[in-house]
Design a protein around this ligand. Structure first.
Ligand SMILES: [Zn+2]
Length: 271
């Protein structure tokens, strides 16, 4: 099975899309040549691997500084494209954005400052002066739904839209196991101890380069005491008493909440 090639071109975190009679699609090679003239060769680009069954070719591009989309094209933030483009394309676009971001931020060696170049074999930027290899950056983060009887712990970050509560999450620090990162994050942010950690699933999160690793945990002790910085409010919610706003279906946070609701009420949340 093959399909038309996907050309994923980014200006900052925004993807270039074609507005095709109310529908959105990504440019093909012809569209991109129209948009950029003949200058496609001059762009930073990277092969983006696709799931084997997909069979189509795909390339990622970093658009030149000051790029303005011509009529019929638009630059849209990747998050806003969730549910507006097919899930397989959304997934590939996330991969493409991570790789473009990697190329953008590794033009110079962080060890000696020399300009880097693409390595011929490895997916890495290579420093011709000191030989250091710069691989794409990936930051693992744990995300946890804590249960206590028929309630779940949801919390508010000051960055959230008003009324939104979500599961707790945090980056894994050097030297930590995933389990240790979970215990530390939850203790620091809400003062609660957890036990019985069960793996739930994972999700690449290209904003800009995280891998979210989801768990369900059981409350083991302590009452909620928010840190006031990363978390400004938290509470125990039931399937019948939910916060005004839950995280979007884009995130593993929502899948964790929906899983809890299925187990406690036999249905997922709406909205
Ligand atoms: Zn170097």
């Amino acid at each position: 099975m093959t399909g038309p090639s996907w050309h994923l071109a980014f200006a900052g975190p925004s993807l270039l899309v074609v507005e095709d009679g109310g529908l959105l699609r990504v440019p093909n090679g012809e569209d991109l040549a129209v948009v950029l003239g003949t200058d496609v060769e001059g762009l930073v680009d990277a092969e983006v691997p696709l799931p084997p069954a997909e069979g189509r070719t795909c390339r990622a591009y970093d658009l030149p500084a000051g790029f303005e989309p011509p009529p019929g094209f638009a630059l849209l933030g990747l998050r806003s494209l969730f549910e507006r483009i097919p899930p397989d394309l959304f997934r590939v676009a996330g991969t493409a954005l991570q790789k473009v971001e990697w190329l953008r931020s590794h033009g110079f060696c962080s060890r000696c400052g020399h300009a880097t170049r693409r390595h011929l074999v490895h997916e890495a930027m290579e420093c011709p002066a000191c030989g250091h290899l710069h691989f794409p950056r990936l930051s693992p983060a744990v995300i946890v739904l804590v249960e206590r009887g028929d309630t779940m712990l949801l919390a508010r970050s000051p960055r959230f839209p008003e009324g939104m509560y979500s599961t707790l999450a945090g980056f894994v620090e050097p030297g930590e196991s995933l389990e240790e990162a979970i215990q530390r994050e939850i203790r620091e942010e809400v003062g609660v101890e957890v036990t019985d950690l069960r793996y739930f699933g994972s999700q690449p999160w290209p904003f800009p380069h995280s891998l979210m690793i989801g768990f369900v945990a059981r409350w083991a002790g302590g009452e909620i005491r928010v840190d006031g910085k990363e978390i400004v409010d938290a509470g125990w919610f039931t399937a019948r008493r939910l916060p005004p706003l839950l995280p979007s279906g884009l995130s593993i946070a929502r899948r964790l909440v929906d899983d809890f609701l299925r187990r406690h009420e036999g249905g997922a949340a709406h909205g």
